[in-house]
Design a binder for this molecule. Sequence first.
Ligand code: ZN
Length: 143
Amino acid sequence: MAASDPRSPTPTAALAPYTEGLAAGELRTTRCSACGTVQFPPRTACPHCSRIGTGEWVTASGRGTVWSFCVFHKAYLPPPAPQPPYTVAVVRLDEGSKLVTTVIDTDDLRIGMAVEAVFSDDDGEPRVRFRPAPAGREHPPTS
Ligand SMILES: [Zn+2]
């Protein structure tokens, strides 16, 4: 990916474990070392217990639940960015944090649907998207 690609923020040292995880096919997030609250992106203090520091990086399961979504019918960027119609969702990971992401294979997507991470590097940039999980996968209640 060119450094000027408007689809991705400039990589920073603070997000290096996340981008390295994508390249390895892992979805990484941070967890507070005091109370265990999982959050992404990393923050300078825990939103639950106020402990200062970003916490430790952990590998998430890659499973979650659709918390909200919308379908875009307008192209905001040229290919290889997603072209309309495409779906952007807030996915609540099973570990508890929420992630804004693109969802593929969305024919019957609905809030509360179980989804799973899909990793790709189609354009040389490792990315994560989500797709509906196979039928029958249980998911925890959302809040
Ligand atoms: Zn905490």
